[in-house]
Design a protein around this ligand. Structure first.
Ligand SMILES: C[S@@+](CC[C@H](N)C(=O)[O-])C[C@H]1O[C@@H](n2cnc3c(N)ncnc32)[C@H](O)[C@@H]1O
Length: 268
């Protein structure tokens, strides 16, 4: 195991938080059994994950990439976790109420979303992900009360019904590998009145309409209501494209509320 100290870019508030918590100006990066990737290799890793369309291939790649994932995506200026946390904070009471809200981090990966939500005063996190190695990194942050290994979207995810106040899916439902069929499981895990927050990445025309069409059956059946939508001009850089240094991808943060009726299976 090697221990490295590295400077962090200022946009990454989550990693800055880790620094604040530790009272140091540098981030302690612990890399187990993996050499730090060169700049070229980091970009290659991002390109590889974006080129993999098969879910099992993606999960296999995440399992080996996990120890260096956060450092490797730093150049991407991946701001979705911050914007999701900020938008959710705008919809939730503050102080002790917010501290008491139980949050399900859907496809939590290494825990970047919980990092950001902690900054906004959220304190209770459960995470679910299909990749144990990604969750091992999340576990070491000490923010999660529970981490659940589970595949979302097949109706088999081991989630309790009606327990979460908030479910947050960042880089998950669109562009992250979690199929939209997972909505049923996620909604079942929410309390009536609970909030569903997810991010969308605007890297294709009609991405908003295409993505939100998956919500329509739930809206039509009175199981969900739209709460807010925040447009983000600079969600992340398209590191997998040519000349990515000059570009940003826009995106959306969407919040819906589960209406007080049991969300059951919707077949679309
Ligand atoms: C792009 S990462 C996003 C992680 C985290 N939400 C973030 O914003 O940093 C996608 C994560 O989704 C997980 N994942 C992909 N498909 C999944 C599925 N069907 N069920 C559960 N987790 C899945 C991967 O293992 C990976 O950790």
């Amino acid at each position: 195991m090697s221990v490295l100290l590295c400077k962090l870019p200022p946009y990454n508030t989550a990693q800055s938080t880790a620094n604040t918590k530790q009272g140091v100006c540098m981030c302690l990066c612990v890399v187990a059994g993996a050499a730090m990737a060169s700049e070229g290799e980091k970009i290659t890793n991002v390109k590889i994950i974006n080129s993999l369309s098969n879910l099992q291939d993606r999960l296999n790649f995440y399992s080996t990439w996990a120890p260096t994932h956060e450092q490797d995506i730093a150049q991407m200026e991946y701001r979705s976790p911050f914007y999701a946390a900020e938008t959710l904070a705008g919809q939730c009471p503050g102080g002790a109420v917010r501290e008491g809200l139980l949050v399900l981090d859907v496809a939590c990966g290494t825990g970047l979303v919980a990092d950001e939500m902690f900054l906004f005063g959220f304190r209770k996190f459960h995470g679910i992900d299909a990749c144990q190695q990604m969750m091992d990194v999340a576990q070491r942050k000490g923010l999660f009360q529970k981490l659940i290994l589970g595949m979302l979207g097949t109706g088999t995810a081991p989630l309790e019904s009606g327990v979460y106040d908030v479910a947050v899916a960042v880089g998950a439902l669109q562009g992250g590998g979690v199929p939209w069929t997972a909505l049923t499981e996620i909604l079942q895990s929410l309390k009536p009145g609970g909030l569903l927050c997810f991010t969308l990445r605007g890297d294709s025309s009609g991405y908003r309409e295409q993505s939100l069409s998956h919500l329509q059956p739930y809206l039509d059946r009175g199981l969900l209501e739209a709460v807010t939508e925040q447009q983000v001009a600079k969600m992340q850089r398209p590191l997998w494209q040519e000349e990515w240094e000059d570009k940003y991808i826009p995106g959306l943060v969407c919040i819906y509320r589960k209406l007080p009726r049991q969300a059951d299976t919707v077949t679309d």
